[in-house]
Design a protein around this ligand. Structure first.
Ligand SMILES: *[C@@H]1O[C@H](CO)[C@@H](O)[C@H](O)[C@H]1NC(C)=O
Length: 311
């Protein structure tokens, strides 16, 4: 009895996506295109910001941090998904699974802190334009980025260590396309009370506080522009804030739906679709929403292309 309970498993099976075989190739092509778009779009942003000296401003430094984090975030799940779809071998070793979970939480959380920092940056720029350079000093920017890294390391460490002390018995099938913390908890055969408590408390704080901070920043921005009389400026601010808020809501909405209010009647297909939204779709949309809609970025892109072609 005790012996049979002790047989700990060495690998998990990632069931992947509930796609019928005839559509496998179509979806493979689709996901490959999405992954390449994410990586190339974000690399383009990194290069532009590096090359163009007049983009050397806090907003663009944060943007390049976000792009870096987007590339890593989607690289944690997508290559494994693509490989599984091709090879039809769904197994993933225990250690790789925990590593994937760690980096997924790390970059997911880093993303959310960077979105807060970027919202704060916009708030200062729009509400205190005259004091912007003195408030957002290089030192403060660096502190914000370093603090984000430290907090996300602690967050990912905490949940990975808590997961590592669980034992798993015979059931090793994960009904997801990556090693998802809540799917792993369902498979564990030891007590997961502390893990669930921590997800609710620490995870909740880590998700809800950044989300509220972002919303507060944008609300303050919207309130402050009531004083501006130029409709063109108002329109511009609304269009940027609107797209930021929509990406932010998509990102947090799906995470909150999945981890903070997991309902028992959530079907696997629905959970997979929601996970797809925040692991694949938001990293792909971020470069378009945050930079390619931005005039300075477009001009920088044209200038770099022009230099490359004509000089
Ligand atoms: C991230 O932001 C910091 C602080 O503004 C900046 O110094 C650094 O170059 C950025 N890192 C990347 C990869 O862009």
């Amino acid at each position: 009895m005790i012996m049979s309970n002790k047989t700990s498993i060495t690998q998990f099976l990632l069931l992947g996506l509930p796609i019928s075989p005839e559509y496998q190739n179509l979806f493979y092509a689709l996901f490959l295109a999405m992954y390449l778009t994410t990586v190339l779009g974000n690399i383009l942003i990194l290069i532009l910001i590096l090359l163009e000296s007049h983009l050397h401003m806090p907003m663009y430094f944060f943007l390049s941090n976000l792009s870096f984090s987007d590339i890593c975030f989607s690289s944690v799940t997508m290559p494994k998904l693509l490989q599984n779809m091709l090879s039809k071998d769904p197994s993933i070793p225990y250690a790789s699974c925990l590593t994937q979970m760690y980096f997924l939480m790390f970059f997911g959380d880093l993303e959310s802190f960077l979105l807060v920092v970027m919202a704060y940056d916009r708030y200062v720029a729009i509400c205190f334009p005259l004091h912007y350079t003195s408030i957002m000093s290089p030192r403060l920017c660096l502190c914000q980025v370093v603090l984000s890294w430290v907090l996300t390391t602690l967050h990912a460490m905490l949940h990975t260590l808590l997961m590592a002390r669980l034992s798993f018995c015979e059931d090793n099938v994960i009904p997801q396309f990556f090693c998802d913390i809540s799917a792993l908890l369902k498979l564990a055969c030891s007590d997961v009370y502390i893990n669930e408590l921590m997800i609710l408390f620490e995870g909740g704080l880590n998700i809800v506080i950044p989300f509220l901070l972002i919303i507060v920043s944008y609300v303050k921005i919207v309130c402050s522009i009531q004083k501006i009389s130029s409709t063109r400026v108002i329109h511009k601010i609304f269009s940027t804030c609107g797209s930021h808020i929509s990406v932010v809501s998509l990102f947090y909405g799906t995470i909150i739906g999945l981890y903070l209010c997991p309902s028992t009647n959530n079907s696997t297909a629905k959970e997979t679709a929601m996970a797809m939204m925040y692991t694949v779709v938001t990293p792909m949309l971020n470069p378009f929403i945050y930079s390619l809609r931005n005039r300075d970025m477009k001009e920088a892109l044209l200038r770099v292309l022009y230099k490359k072609i004509f000089l």
